[in-house]
Design a protein around this ligand. Structure first.
Ligand code: GLU
Length: 549
């Protein structure tokens, strides 16, 4: 068989050579040890935590080593492509601080190693496809869909391995005449890899996350180009990562079974394979056992979930660092004020089996993150979130920014900041009462207290209330109200003999709290009254007195 003749027959229009490609995409000039990595997602319209884990890992490795991070859109599967999906993807990754130095952007490509959308690289793949044919490493296959189904059925009946190999590989060694006849008759064909591997052999491989592996060699003649000339992922990624000078491929471990084939492909193409890092899937506890997060069962896999709930971007970022690198939490404790980007991320700290995802832990991280934010920053973020997901709350926040900021400033700063909410969706429940439009009395007074007693306490408070009072004076007045009604003003005395009193000063505070905030729980009452201002405080207590009458 004259493979050169075959290559001309299959790719008559391809005039460029691999050497031309090498010249067009010369090695990058980078410092020693610099990592070149990429995110290479398929635009399916569904952006998930796995994309972030992958993106974050490659981005950290690239940028911490003075290397390059790029975005390549793997859109070779036109059937799965959803309009607008590329934009959604780019937006989502940049929203979560996955910054690219080059690659696909919403406005086209940026960088010298493009195009960065695989659908626009067909001519490049064909150069290498032609080379493989010339070297006898690839051949056309004219099997129809029906023939392949039949092959699969036969293999099933014989309990043979599945796939196009051995005696099933019916086009592997066909004559030029047969091939020419099919081409002349206009039959569609795919290009297949001519595997020289055997399942009797193992290959040794070191994955940077999974460690040393022994994998069975690939003996399948996989498809390289589909009948429309578009490559499969396998072929495309080998060519792209070579020409884009990727040093580290970080991807999900669902690709591990294909690795022996990928290594073969790099060898056949004369490429030095990149280093591989296969990330285990995100898992969650389901009862007492772990399972993979699933698109169908777990809404928390989709990034849209976090946006709608109002998780700050920083919380997701820190949480992912927490579960990806076991030493992140210690680092964060030691460095509470540093930006997370200063943490030295290491793939060596990643769990080969995959990280465990836990919403409760995410919430804790998020509360910490929010507690470190300024009132101004919280205000801006809540306002943005509410603009999209809670317009009524947004209009209150927008109409009274000073009140909102002052309310959010309560308990912020200092050594032990309050940690009242984990997500923006919870902020309304926490501080909505500051706005008269949203204020309602949600909690009832405990039945053990007679309305007349509560009313008397509220009236007594109003009689002595002076908004100019300092906190200690303010509290002494509440104690005085307690005394006047026979309630214990001294908590120690009360705890020693609670049966001797109808209640304590804590109950008097609770009477005030429900009147002023509508709830049993609220931020510090003195601060709340200060922020609300005397008019609102008097009006709310007055309204409660009227209700109790
Ligand atoms: N398009 C592949 C995926 O979305 C990319 C795998 C890779 O990063 O090489 O799984």
């Amino acid at each position: 068989m004259d493979y050169f003749e075959l290559a001309e027959l299959l790719f008559p229009d391809v005039t460029e050579t691999p050497e031309d490609m090498e010249q067009k995409f010369p090695p990058r000039v980078l410092p020693e040890g610099a990592v070149v990595s990429r995110a290479a997602p398929s635009p399916t319209g569904f952006v998930h935590l796995g994309n972030l884990v992958q993106g974050l890992t490659s981005e950290r490795m690239s940028h911490q080593s003075g290397g390059v991070m790029f975005l390549r859109v793997e859109d070779t599967d036109a059937k799965r492509e959803v309009p607008g999906a590329v934009e959604t993807l780019i937006d989502a990754l940049s929203h979560y601080h996955i910054e690219f130095d080059e690659g696909a952007t919403v406005d086209g490509d940026r960088g010298q190693y493009g195009p960065y959308r695989q659908s626009r690289r067909a001519a490049i793949y064909h150069v290498y496809a032609k080379k493989l044919v010339q070297e006898g490493r690839a051949y056309p296959c004219f099997c129809t869909e029906e023939e392949l189904v039949k092959m699969h059925e036969e293999q099933e009946a014989e309990k043979a391995n599945f796939g196009y190999f051995g005696r099933w590989a019916v086009w592997r060694d066909r004559s030029m005449e047969d091939i020419r006849a099919m081409l002349d008759a206009g039959h569609p064909w795919v290009l297949r890899f001519r595997s020289e591997g055997s399942i009797e052999h193992k290959i040794k491989f070191t994955d940077l996350i999974k460690g040393n592996l022994e994998l069975t060699e690939n003996d399948i003649d996989h498809v390289l180009l589909k009948s429309d000339g578009i490559p499969t992922y396998h072929f495309a990624h080998a060519v792209d990562d070579h020409l884009m000078h990727t040093t580290h491929v970080v991807r999900g471990d669902e690709w591990l079974p294909s690795l022996p084939f990928h290594i073969q492909l790099h060898q056949a193409l004369g490429f030095r394979p990149p280093k591989y890092l296969h990330i285990g899937p995100l898992q969650k506890m389901d009862g007492t056992s772990k399972r993979k997060l699933s698109k169908r069962k777990d809404p928390e896999l989709a990034l849209t979930f976090y946006k709608a709930e109002g998780y700050p971007v920083e919380s997701i970022y820190e949480y992912l660092l927490t579960i990806l690198n076991s030493n992140f939490e210690d680092w964060r404790r030691a460095n509470p004020a540093l930006p997370a980007s200063e943490f030295k991320f290491s793939y060596k700290k990643m769990n080969p089996a995959g990280a465990l995802f836990d919403v409760m832990k995410l919430r804790d991280v998020s509360k910490d993150v929010i507690s470190r934010m300024s009132a101004d920053a919280v205000y801006q973020e809540v306002l943005t979130w509410a603009g999209e997901f809670d317009p009524e709350f947004a209009s209150c926040l927008g109409a009274q920014p000073e009140l909102a900021r002052a309310a959010l400033a309560i308990g912020r700063g200092g050594k032990k900041p309050r940690k009242d909410f984990a997500i923006w969706r919870e902020v309304r429940g926490y501080m909505g009462f500051f706005f008269d439009e949203l204020f309602t009395v949600e909690d009832a007074y405990p039945e053990q207290f007679a309305p007349a007693v509560i009313r008397a306490a509220l009236e007594a408070f109003l009689a002595s209330y002076d908004p100019a009072d300092e906190q200690s004076v303010w509290f002494d007045k509440i104690k005085a109200v307690a005394d006047s009604l026979g309630f214990a003003s001294d908590m120690k005395a009360y705890r020693a003999a609670p049966e001797q009193y109808p209640g304590s000063v804590a109950d008097i505070s609770m009477f005030l709290r429900i009147a002023v905030t509508g709830k049993q729980n609220s931020p510090d009452m003195y601060e709340v009254m200060r922020v609300l201002g005397a008019d609102r405080v008097r009006a709310r207590i007055g309204a409660m007195i009227a209700r109790l009458a």
